[in-house]
Design a protein around this ligand. Structure first.
Ligand SMILES: Cc1cc2nc3c(=O)[nH]c(=O)nc-3n(C[C@H](O)[C@H](O)[C@H](O)COP(=O)(O)OP(=O)(O)OC[C@H]3O[C@@H](n4cnc5c(N)ncnc54)[C@H](O)[C@@H]3O)c2cc1C
Length: 343
């Protein structure tokens, strides 16, 4: 029997800590629960104005108002080895498994590939949504397939890597299939023989400080955890959703023009003719780092992170993001795109 709560508070279910309500909130623990719930929603006489919203850990969402619809809290559990060959294991995880728990479990079994993604908040089911990434690794590098239920048609569909249109913090589930599917499980292809990625960020420096003699995946995860703990605000203390904006990509030519005016500008080549700019640098250079307006602010150590310092509303955070976008566009003629899902 699925428990349904009417006018439910979502404050504890989103990492910004926004005090908003869902018209209906229901937690699902199995695919059978999902089909039963979708059936109930379908038969409901009085239809809410918003389509059902699937919620994982709420760490990539900004609620700007109450949700006049169904919020489906994904609680599907289980981590299972379903196949293996000489080089790989295929690990299927329930969409409601905590992502960091999944990473720790992989490391304990010596399955490599996700160690650089340690400590990313949220659930397994959201990992393909924006192709989560950190420290030189993205989920697409280890993704095998996922199972999802189509919300309107109530049928199950299998998606392989080529079906997902993975891009930088992007997938088909944020674009063409936005709000159409409930992801129920994800299967990852992890490596028996690790390929270490230590060049990105401050990993090498952290490994040196830890005096690691022989490199192994746990050491990399420990280094990543150390770096993340030292520079990112903990959402249980300060409401936030990690990077609020994506790093924008511009042409090499436009980058060279900007470099003349701003010699310290940070950019990395992507492909032959494109440069990815560090959005954090642009925001800081536009003067926003550490900015505070009432209870909303731009984090003092990482300008890319917008924070709810106490009781800010989603509208307050959204307005600050608008102001930052406008000022970055005015100063650099670069448009910032939000990474966080605005509801
Ligand atoms: C401190 C901090 C650091 C972060 N660092 C990183 C980082 O390094 N790299 C990175 O990529 N992200 C990062 N994030 C963002 C966030 O952790 C990830 O995007 C994460 O995958 C979101 O998971 P979630 O379960 O909380 O998703 P939610 O916020 O609950 O949902 C995100 C989106 O996915 C949809 N969704 C969620 N689950 C399902 C499902 N089962 N089926 C269908 N749709 C679903 C939701 O409807 C929503 O649109 C960070 C966030 C914080 C707070």
């Amino acid at each position: 029997m699925i428990q349904i709560i009417e006018n439910a508070s979502l404050k504890k279910l989103n990492s910004f800590g926004m005090e908003v309500q869902a018209k209906y909130l229901a937690a699902v623990h199995s695919s059978v629960d999902i089909l039963e719930l979708l059936d109930t929603i379908c038969q409901q006489n009085e239809k809410p104005s918003q389509t059902p919203l699937v919620l994982g850990g709420g760490s990539n969402i900004l609620f700007t108002k109450n949700y006049d619809g169904w919020v489906i809290k994904n609680e599907l559990k289980g981590i299972e080895l379903i196949a293996e060959d000489d080089d790989h294991v295929y690990i299927k995880a329930g969409a409601g498994e905590n992502w960091h728990h999944f990473v720790i479990n992989a490391i304990a079994h010596n399955w490599a590939g996700v160690e650089n993604l340690a400590l990313i908040p949220g659930m397994v089911g959201a990992s393909p949504m924006q192709n989560i990434g950190a420290y030189g690794v993205e989920i697409k590098d280890v993704f095998h397939c996922l199972e999802a239920v189509h919300i309107k048609e109530q049928r199950t569909q299998l998606f392989y890597k080529n079906d997902c249109a993975f891009g930088y913090r992007d997938s088909v589930f944020k674009q063409a299939y936005k709000n159409e599917f409930v992801i129920t499980s994800v299967t990852y292809r992890l490596n028996k023989k690790p390929v270490f990625h230590t060049k990105y960020g401050a990993i090498e420096e952290a490994l040196e400080k830890m005096q690691v003699q022989t490199l192994h995946i746990k050491a990399i995860a420990d280094a990543v955890i150390h770096i993340r703990n030292s520079k990112l605000p903990d959402p249980s203390i300060t409401g936030n959703a990690g990077s609020f904006f994506k790093n924008p990509t511009i042409s090499k030519m436009a980058f060279m023009e900007l470099q003349k005016q701003f010699p310290a500008i940070i950019g990395y080549p992507v492909g032959d003719d494109q440069i990815k700019l560090a959005a954090g640098w642009l925001i800081e250079a536009a003067g926003w780092k550490g900015f505070r307006r009432g209870d909303v602010g731009c984090h003092h150590a990482q300008a890319l992170i917008l924070v709810n310092l106490r009781n800010a509303s989603g509208q307050d955070v959204y307005q600050l993001s608008e102001d930052i976008r406008a000022s970055v566009e005015e100063k650099f003629a670069v448009q910032l795109e939000r990474e966080v899902n605005i509801i």
